[in-house]
Design a protein around this ligand. Structure first.
Ligand code: FAD
Length: 498
């Protein structure tokens, strides 16, 4: 059972009511008009043990009937796409009572993943960019349920959430069902280690906040060991020369000097970190124009990063990375950033179809290929908008564009209209090269391309997160949060030392 961090006073609000219909959904026929509710009253529900639920009072029953008479949209996953969708739907159809919006997430807080390399390097405190789902739910007129999607029963239009256990292993809530009229799956991605031996045991991923924090703790522990005993630099191997790997390498080179300034022995080492960036392809940053990839490589090499291209990893060991040619690269700490795939649960969802990367296959409307009432988007879905298009890439900007389209599609669905088709607009890619540097290419609506470098690129990169924040907390609070972060950073060491 997955252990979940819990804040008990808030838990009751975050737990689902565990209801599902006794009989199959009346509009199981995809052609039937969505929007009409299949819920009629208390007797239509089973509790988590399969017994009919009973209300405690007439008033309770009346209020519950009002709640369940509305079309229920359940969104699973409150990441870059899912939380924006919940907020936008909550502010429209949730607020005016046309639908009940429920967001389910396995965590209590939302994290903007593109900042995780900064959390790992310690240049950003992990709590600095977390948003409480419960506060988001209150502010945006949706309900939040804490839980991990475990399975799906399409005939009953229910998802099942895994038992909820606290950090000490105590079961707080049993395995429980949650009914939906429309289901949206946005559970993101996990690392794809392509079955490389040792990767699972010895490499850390940057795909969630816990892993990023774990990396940072290990980094500090290894620096402390270097300071007190070995006197040797800490070796870090980053597998994957895409945006995540390059950004982490750049952030670590900046952090290294700062860390060294706090320890006499570390200072003696010069740069206390030796970083190797290992890429299987023939260049870094395959998703940006070649010149920019080369520039990023030169920049990192000038900062002392050992860059290996066309280097395939054969095995990850406790103290090294073994390359296919037989070369061994020493590594106290290995980060795996070489690709993503859908979480395992997607393969167990009652006949929904996945591709070889475990992503759910969806049509251009973002509906799954086999069920009109189930949508999927973001990193966990594979969508090819048109016959001449490539599949939409797993990027935050794609998830955000899809969230925007789905907001309109689901509003239309409630009015009995067909969903809209998604088309992806690539606005370009900007890669952070440390606290004050970035490089990348932006594309305008007319297809013009502009190369950005230095502080201008850094501003574009910074803007991506601020725009996300503005959707969730509003423009005024975004300014406040930004000023708050700026002040905090000036009052504390530039790198988190604990
Ligand atoms: C280090 C790093 C840097 C990146 N940098 C960039 C960048 O610069 N630009 C860019 O465009 N993209 C970047 N990305 C990619 C970007 O973060 C993702 O494409 C984006 O977050 C995908 O959004 P999503 O909504 O699909 O999923 P996510 O944001 O991953 O959110 C998934 C959510 O689902 C929840 N969840 C997972 N499983 C379950 C379950 N079984 N039940 C319930 N909830 C579940 C998770 O807790 C999470 O809240 C980066 C990614 C990483 C890791």
């Amino acid at each position: 059972m997955p252990a979940l961090p819990l804040r008990f006073p808030l838990l009751a609000a975050a737990l689902p009511h565990g209801a599902r219909p006794l009989s199959p959904a009346p509009h199981a026929d995809p052609a039937s008009t969505p929007g009409s509710s299949r819920f009629s009253g208390e007797a239509d529900f089973l509790d988590a043990t399969g017994q009919p639920r009973r209300s405690r009072s007439a008033a309770d029953l009346a209020s519950r009937e009002t709640a369940i008479a509305r079309h229920r949209i359940v969104i699973v996953g409150g990441g870059a796409g899912g939380l924006e969708l919940a907020a936008r739907l909550g502010d429209s159809v949730g607020r005016d009572g046309a639908a009940e919006i429920i967001l389910v997430d396995a965590a209590l807080t939302h994290v903007w993943k593109p900042l995780l390399h900064e959390v790992a390097a310690g240049t950003l405190g992990s709590q600095e960019n977390e948003l409480d789902f419960l506060q988001q739910a209150r502010d945006h007129h949706f309900r939040f349920h804490l839980g991990r999607l475990e399975s799906l029963e399409r005939a009953h239009r229910s998802i099942w959430l895994a038992p909820l256990v606290d950090d000490d292993g105590m079961e707080v809530a049993p395995r429980r069902p949650l009914a939906y009229d429309t289901l949206v799956i946005a559970v993101g991605a996990v690392d794809n280690d392509f079955g490389t031996p040792g990767a699972c045991e010895h490499a850390i991923s940057l795909n969630n906040a816990d892993e990023a924090r774990r990396f940072h703790r290990r980094l500090l522990a290894l620096c402390a060991r270097a300071e007190m005993t070995t006197g040797e630099p800490v070796h870090i191997a980053i597998v994957g020369g895409g945006a995540t790997g390059v950004e982490l390498a750049a952030e670590l080179t900046g952090a290294a000097g700062e860390i060294a300034s706090y320890g006499r022995e570390l200072r003696r080492l010069g740069l206390p970190l030796r970083i190797s960036l290992i890429e299987a392809g023939d260049r870094l940053l395959a998703s940006v124009p070649q010149g920019l990839g080369r520039k990023a490589g030169e920049d990192l090499a000038a900062r002392g990063v050992d860059i290996r291209v066309q280097a395939k990893v054969a095995e990850v060991c406790a103290d090294s990375v073994l390359l296919k040619g037989g070369e061994r690269i020493a590594a106290d700490l290995v980060v795996w950033a070489a690709g993503v795939q859908g979480p395992e649960v997607l393969e167990k969802l009652d006949g929904l179809v996945t591709n070889d990367r475990r992503q759910l296959l969806v049509r251009p409307t973002l509906q799954t290929t086999v069920d009109d009432d189930i949508f999927a988007f973001g990193d966990c879905a594979s969508c090819t908008p048109g016959p001449d298009d490539k599949p939409v890439p797993p990027k935050a900007q794609a998830a955000q564009q899809q969230a925007l389209l789905l907001t309109r599609s689901l509003q239309r669905r409630l009015a009995g209209k067909p969903p809209l088709r998604f088309s992806y607009r690539d606005h370009g890619t900007i890669v952070s090269m440390g606290p004050e540097q970035a490089l990348g290419e932006v594309r305008t609506a007319h297809g013009r391309r502009y190369v950005l470098r230095g502080i201008r690129a850094r501003f574009g990169y910074w803007l991506l997160y601020r725009r996300h924040l503005a959707v969730l907390v509003g423009a005024a609070r975004t300014v406040l949060v930004t000023v708050g972060h700026w002040l905090t950073r000036r009052a504390h060491p530039r790198v988190k030392l604990h």
